[in-house]
Design a protein around this ligand. Structure first.
Ligand SMILES: NC(=O)c1ccc[n+]([C@@H]2O[C@H](COP(=O)([O-])OP(=O)(O)OC[C@H]3O[C@@H](n4cnc5c(N)ncnc54)[C@H](OP(=O)(O)O)[C@@H]3O)[C@@H](O)[C@H]2O)c1
Length: 269
C-alpha cells in the first residue's frame, strides 16, 4: 500500500508518515511544492491523507484542490485531518475545517474524517524550557483559563489511529472525534508535569491582551486570539471512545497526559 500524505513534512504529517512506516505502509510525504502539479504528485497512490498547514488562510480551497487532484489521479480513498468541534463559528480556522469536511463528504470519493483535539505535545516545548534546577519551581502560562476541559490527545496516538483507518476495513463514511482518554485542564497538565519532573509546576492564565504572537501576521494573531477566547469559556472537550476503539483494533490504548509527558519530557514510558 502507498499513501500520499499532504502536509507530510509538517508536525502532524511527519507523525502520520512515521506511524504508517511502523505498520509497513509506504508513505509519500508531500509539502507545498507538490501543489505545482498535484495530480502528478498523487499518481499511483492507493490513498491520500490530507493535513492542511496550521492556520491556512483558506482551508476549503486547499482541500478542494486536493479532492480535484485525487479524482484526476484516480485515487478514490481519502482521509482528512480536521479538528474537534469544527463547527465553532467563533473560531475561523475551525469553521474552515467544517466547510472542508462538507466538501470531503460530497466528493464522491471513499472518505473518513478524523477530528482530533489539541495535542498534549503543544505544551512540551514550554515545559522543556522550565528552569533546570530541581528546587526551582516553574509556571505553565497560557492566555486562557487553566480549568476548562480539553480532551488533550497524544499526537502519536492520533497518527497511529490514522494508520489504523488507512489499513483496516470499515471506515468509509466515518467521522471520528479523536480525544485522549480523559477530560483534562491545563492545571492537570501542570500537575502531571510536576510529577514527571519532580518539582512544582503551577498553571497560570495570562492576559490574552498582553499575548504578542511573535512571528505571526495580523490574521494569524486574530484567529489564535479567537481560539484563546473560546478555550477561556469552553475549553475543547472531546470524547475518548473512538480513539480507544481504533487503537484497540491493534491492541493499544490511548496514552494519558502523564504517559505522554513521561515519554517526551523524561524519556521513559
Ligand atoms: N496542533 C494541534 O493541537 C492540532 C490539533 C488538531 C488539529 N490540528 C490541525 O492539524 C493541522 C496540521 O498542523 P501542523 O502544526 O502539523 O501543521 P504544520 O506543521 O504547519 O504543517 C506544515 C505542512 O504544511 C505544508 N504547507 C505549508 N504551507 C503550505 C501552503 N501554502 N500550501 C500547501 N502546503 C503548505 C508544509 O510544507 P513545506 O514543508 O513545503 O513547507 C508542511 O508539509 C492543522 O490544520 C491544524 O489545525 C492541530
Amino acid at each position: 500500500m502507498n499513501v500520499a500524505v499532504l502536509g507530510g513534512t509538517g508536525k502532524t504529517g511527519r507523525a502520520v508518515v512515521a506511524a504508517l512506516a511502523q505498520v509497513g505502509v509506504s508513505a509519500r510525504p508531500l509539502g507545498r511544492s507538490a501543489f505545482q502539479d498535484l495530480p502528478a504528485a498523487l499518481a499511483g497512490a492507493d490513498a491520500v491523507h490530507v493535513v492542511a498547514p496550521n492556520l491556512h488562510p483558506d482551508e476549503p480551497a486547499y482541500v478542494a484542490s486536493v479532492l480535484e487532484a485525487a479524482r484526476a489521479a484516480g485515487v478514490d480513498r481519502l482521509t482528512y485531518h480536521s479538528v474537534a468541534s469544527p463547527y465553532a463559528p467563533a473560531m475561523p480556522h475551525h469553521l474552515g475545517k467544517a466547510v472542508a469536511e462538507d466538501l470531503v463528504r460530497r466528493s464522491g470519493l471513499r472518505w473518513t474524517v478524523l477530528q482530533p483535539c489539541a495535542y498534549v505535545q503543544n505544551f512540551v516545548p514550554a515545559l522543556r524550557d522550565l528552569p533546570a534546577a530541581p528546587e526551582a519551581g516553574g509556571e505553565l502560562a497560557v492566555p486562557y483559563a487553566v480549568d476548562t476541559p480539553f480532551g488533550l490527545v497524544d499526537l502519536d496516538d492520533v497518527a497511529a489511529a490514522t494508520a489504523v483507518v488507512l489499513t483496516t476495513p470499515g471506515h468509509d463514511g466515518a467521522t471520528y472525534e479523536i480525544g485522549g482518554p480523559a477530560l483534562v485542564s491545563v492545571a492537570d497538565v501542570a500537575a502531571a508535569a510536576s510529577e514527571v519532573l519532580g518539582r512544582p509546576v503551577a498553571a497560570r492564565r495570562t492576559d490574552p491582551d498582553a499575548w504578542r504572537g511573535d512571528g505571526l501576521d495580523e490574521r494569524e494573531r486574530t484567529w489564535l486570539l479567537a481560539m484563546f477566547a473560546y478555550y477561556d469559556d469552553h475549553g475543547l472537550p472531546t470524547g475518548p471512545l473512538p480513539l480507544t476503539a481504533l487503537l484497540g483494533l491493534v491492541g493499544r490504548a490511548p496514552r494519558s497526559v502523564g504517559a505522554v509527558l513521561r515519554r517526551d519530557l523524561a524519556g521513559t514510558s
